[in-house]
Design a protein around this ligand. Sequence first.
Ligand code: DP6
Length: 350
Amino acid sequence: MDAVTCTAPVNIAVIKYWGKRDEALILPINSSLSATLSQEQLCAKTTVAVSGQFTRDRMWLNGKEESLENPRYQNVLREIRRRARKRKIAGEGKGTSLSDALSWHVHICSVNNFPTAAGLASSAAGFSCLVYSLAKLFRIEGDISEIARQGSGSACRSLYGGFVSWNMGEKDDGTDSVAEQLVTENHWPELQILILVVSDQKKHIGSSAGMGVSVKTSELLRYRAEHIVPRRMKEIETAIQNKDFQTFAKITMQDSNQLHASCLDTYPPIIYLNDTSKQIMHLVHKYNDFCGEIKVAYTFDAGPNACLYLLEEDVAGVLAMVNHCFPPIEQNGDQYIRGLQVEELPIQKD
Ligand code: DP6
């Protein structure tokens, strides 16, 4: 038996991925960009093993057996084995172990270390970790973001630390739709993320289904993908390179708002934000106005939980403001802030 264990963190997008041009290969209608969180914070931990004793491929997620029938798992496993076979035929990775591994079945065991209440994108960390572990096990080299992308689009960005872009690519086979590190985790160490957990309820419509309807019905989404995202990608990349927080923060909030505007423009409309999310947005703008410059930026994915980007020197002030507006209550031993659970997270440092 051969086994490998790896961890991969969650990433938080500042230019959002929303919409596929190819559902099977998971090819997006626009490029996107995110920061990968620290390994010690929200991450998935996966062990993959191959053995001649295993009678079929199996998987356990947070201790419960899951079916591997889902085409996303099948695509990932098929692609990993195809690449490993290619490597073997090319004469690399000679040795009984790789040959054996290719004819044996795999067992996968994955757990998330983040509080279930966080309700944060676990598929990005999960698929990223699964693909990375399998690639190590089958000794695959080269870019594997193309494989992670076929598990869950946003997963390809969690393979790298720091700020990572996912270039939409142009080819029909998706070989140029890959993730690329823009800057490492050491580039902007002052940048922090606060996660305000507004709700741990399951979202009424998942991101894959939601973006499918948006692509079919939202003209705003089409316009955004063609005309706005390409410009924003360039502008935010320059802002990150220059550590220009004002520009970075403004684009981050505008892009989050445009994702949710596109959801409302979808027919029938999709609404992920709730009243607390809107109160947080309002509070952030009030606070920034009061300070005379942008001190903090919000961004929301396909749910009501807020991710706040801010500089380290402003964490205490922003936390005080959040505490003041949402007075703390105790719940299940965790500190909640009137329904909000606050997590303070650095960008990934390896
Ligand atoms: C709102 O990567 O979960 O978080 O590719 O269908 O698995 P699939 O979708 P997923 O979508 C994430 C959407 C988002 C924005 C983002 O992370 O860029």
